[in-house]
Design a protein around this ligand. Structure first.
Ligand SMILES: NC(=O)c1ccc[n+]([C@@H]2O[C@H](COP(=O)([O-])OP(=O)(O)OC[C@H]3O[C@@H](n4cnc5c(N)ncnc54)[C@H](OP(=O)(O)O)[C@@H]3O)[C@@H](O)[C@H]2O)c1
Length: 335
């Protein structure tokens, strides 16, 4: 069997579960003998079976027909099987118990709870292990997951909508700056993130839902609210959502509190006070700016004070798109 082709197949098919597996990484597993694929499994939904477990479960249906013993089979998995007992038990131990003799792994799991321990369990039980096939693709596919464990903090993106004259809003008033198409684009962006963060003022003035309203199934993001004031629990923001509320304003402390959690990415959707506070802390990795052709004029509140610009915070323009009459720009840190 061509292991390269099989690993690419596992990577490609794992992608289908990007929105339902998050905040977990997407993972694919394929079980083969010398001539054919016996079974495949994917981590389809957060909290449910890991890919290897699904593939093994399916393989049992073919035992005695396509193969006799698991020792004849090779397991290919995109990410190192977990060693720790999380929600679903240790996959590495499950693989040992099943009786495989060979496992091909794409990338080592960067989670310090695993980080090579899964491989050790396999090797200590006389399983031949090969590691590194299309590692770069797997790291790219699970960009936030690898970033979080490398940097010990979630990936932070700030999204803002700006008028042509650089304003965010009118004081104490809800206003739509960008087109419906841009706002639909934001829904898709939300679907990518593990958490969405905002501040008390935006909650009180805009009363946003801040969920991803898309036409595909999503494990909705956790919501994070920063407020020192009391809030109305009846707002849509709190509907069917897990919400973390912080009454402190130390952003580093707040973000640090997620370093041992499953949250690998946070989308900040807030007004100028909170956005500038995030930028000043230097903890933002990416900025997405939607600019419309609207002018808010003197009554509008500036995104940035004086001559300050996104570039002054060390960002450079990475890409720019047109969405109807709006422009969408993505800025990343100038490394
Ligand atoms: N154009 C856009 O893209 C966009 C997006 C979102 C919001 N907005 C507009 O922005 C306006 C509100 O802007 P805003 O920045 O004042 O409100 P915000 O987004 O609610 O952020 C500021 C609030 O966050 C809380 N906070 C906690 N820690 C903080 C820190 N370290 N630094 C700053 N704030 C901290 C405070 O809430 P408490 O006061 O509750 O303690 C503070 O009032 C609204 O009118 C809304 O319509 C525009």
């Amino acid at each position: 069997m061509n292991y390269e082709e099989l690993m690419l197949r596992a990577i490609t098919k794992a992608k289908e579960y990007k929105y339902t597996a998050k905040p977990n990484p997407v993972v694919g597993a394929i079980i083969v003998n010398e001539n054919e694929i016996i079974s495949e499994g994917y981590h389809e939904k957060y909290g449910e079976n890991h890919a290897e477990v699904n593939a093994i479960k399916e393989a049992y249906n073919h035992q005695g027909k396509k193969f006799q013993s698991f020792s004849e089979l090779t397991l290919i998995c995109t990410l190192e099987p977990c060693s720790h007992v999380g929600k679903t038990g240790s996959c590495a131990k499950h693989i040992v118990k099943t009786g495989f003799k060979k496992v091909i792994i794409g990338a080592i799991d960067p989670n310090p709870k695993v980080a090579g321990q899964g491989i050790k369990i396999l090797e200590n039980n006389n399983i031949k292990v090969e590691v590194g096939l299309f590692e770069d693709l797997i790291q790219k596919q699970n960009k936030f997951f690898f970033y979080k464990h490398k940097n010990n903090k979630p990936y932070i993106t700030v999204k803002i909508a700006s008028s042509l004259d650089g304003k965010s809003h009118y004081e104490n008033k809800k206003v739509f700056i960008t087109s419906e198409s841009s706002r639909n684009d934001v829904q898709k962006i939300r679907a990518n993130y593990d958490a969405i963060l905002t501040g008390g003022n935006t909650l009180r003035i805009d009363e946003p839902k801040m969920d991803a309203r898309v036409d595909f199934t999503v494990n909705q993001a956790k919501k994070i609210l920063l407020t020192s004031k009391s809030h109305n629990n009846e707002l849509d923001f709190f509907n069917n959502a897990s919400v973390d509320i912080f009454q402190i304003n130390d952003l580093n402390k707040i973000i640090n509190s997620y370093k041992d959690s499953e949250i690998c990415s946070i989308l900040v959707e807030a007004g100028p006070n909170l956005v500038n506070a995030f930028l000043n802390e230097g903890i933002v990795d990416e900025l997405i700016v939607y600019t419309s052709t609207k002018i808010l004029g003197e009554k509008g509140v500036n995104w940035f004070d004086g001559n300050n610009t996104i570039e002054n915070y060390g960002f450079k323009l990475e890409s720019s798109y047109k969405i109807n009459t709006d422009t969408k720009e993505i800025f990343k840190k100038d490394e």
